[in-house]
Write a protein that binds this ligand. Structure first.
Ligand SMILES: [Fe+2]
Length: 379
């Protein structure tokens, strides 16, 4: 058996408070810049701030064009705006959804007249680098600024999956914890639990290696210690900085190792129930950990030790349940609309790369039993 080490990160990562102020210096000197944000950047001042910071370039305005859990139509609209303005550089300022939508757009814009569906449906692949892309996260969550995939949703069929290519890793990531201060408590909690889940699933993945485990462990320690503080007081810059670094390390780890059953299940459940990805991950995490425990007891005990939690693996699962409760995350999906009639769809659509990396193989019957417990808690 061989171990695979594949370290593909942005060529340049700038991390630290205030790092985004120098964005113009890291971009190629010439060419129109397609500036993409989500809607919240229009009201919290970030869109205007970045227009000023990019004044040395011509700006093609796609601020407000990205949407949460982006659809193929959302990406197509960004692509059309970029092509119409002859964009040469792309800048994404936003959460994981915005960065994913922009990442796909930067790859597809030069492939005119191709549309997002051509790549999503597998008719085409991203086989070369697209436009120069700088990614600036405004949440500490998915780590999309580091990774090579873009999670998109086909709205009619409710299919959520990735377009993936080594050529889609952003050229530059600027991780400025000050940009996350405007992130509201619900988003901070959900995206932070996504980053924690990614680190934990990376740590226990069947493809984990001696590079990924320390990255994942440090990530979990930082996020576990700071997520409640960052959620309770968004202006706590120390907590925001620890969360931002934890999220970056999580992505550096899972982009090599892959994930596990939480992410395998979170995509079909999230697209069915229209729930934020991080919230679904947080709800699923302790349930999947309990199921995986028979093969991961030592790893969970080591995580507990690192995070300062007593009583080993069981103590860690309980600590995550308690953390979810403190963050306002429910422990079931019944109130979000999960129903027996959804089981077939979830079973059919959960067999992703994440699922195959889960340390304990999960049969269709196992999946059904597990998701049923989120409607009818096991006693
Ligand atoms: Fe995730």
């Amino acid at each position: 058996m061989s171990t695979s080490y594949s370290l593909r990160y942005p060529e340049e990562i700038k991390f630290g408070s205030g790092a985004s102020a120098n964005i113009a210096e890291v971009l190629p000197p010439e060419g129109p810049v397609l500036l993409v944000t989500g809607r919240s950047a229009l009201s919290n001042g970030l869109a205007e701030r970045f227009k000023k910071l990019l004044a040395s370039h011509e700006i093609i305005d796609a601020t407000g064009m990205s949407s949460p859990e982006p659809t193929l139509e959302c990406v197509d609209a960004i692509i059309e705006t970029g092509r119409a303005g002859n964009a040469k550089i792309v800048v994404a300022v936003g959460g994981g959804s915005c960065i994913d939508a922009t990442k796909a757009a930067a790859a597809i814009i030069p492939e005119s007249p191709a549309k997002t569906a051509d790549f999503f449906n597998g008719e085409r692949s991203v086989v070369k680098r697209g436009l120069f892309l700088a990614a600036l996260p405004t949440t500490a969550g998915t780590g999309a600024e580091i990774t090579s995939n873009a999670v998109l949703t086909e709205s009619a069929l409710k299919i959520k999956k990735s377009i993936r290519s080594p050529f889609m890793v952003p050229d530059t990531a600027i991780i400025d914890p000050e940009l996350t201060i405007s992130s509201p408590p619900g988003v901070t909690a959900a995206s932070g639990m996504d980053a924690f889940t990614q680190a934990l699933e990376s740590f226990t993945s069947s493809n984990a290696n001696s590079v990924t485990r320390p990255l994942a462990e440090t990530s979990m320690v930082k996020i576990f210690a700071n997520i409640a503080a960052a959620t309770a007081d968004g202006s706590d810059l120390n907590a925001r900085t620890e969360m931002a670094e934890g999220s970056m390390l999580s992505a550096m780890s899972f982009s090599q190792s892959g994930l596990g059953a939480v992410h395998g299940l979170a995509h079909p459940i999230g697209s069915l129930l229209k729930l934020p990805h991080g919230k679904v991950c947080a709800i699923l995490l302790p349930v999947v950990m309990k199921w995986n425990k028979t093969v991961c007891e030592l790893e969970y005990a080591r995580i507990a030790d690192a995070c300062g939690v007593s009583k080993g693996a069981d103590g860690m699962i309980e600590a995550i349940r308690n953390l979810n409760a403190e963050l306002g995350v429910p422990d079931e999906l019944r109130s979000s609309g999960l129903d027996d009639k959804h089981f077939d769809f979830i079973i059919k659509n959960c067999r992703s790369r994440s699922m195959s990396g889960n340390p304990r193989p999960m049969s269709d019957d196992d999946v059904e039993e597990l998701i049923a417990s989120l409607i009818r808690p096991l006693v």
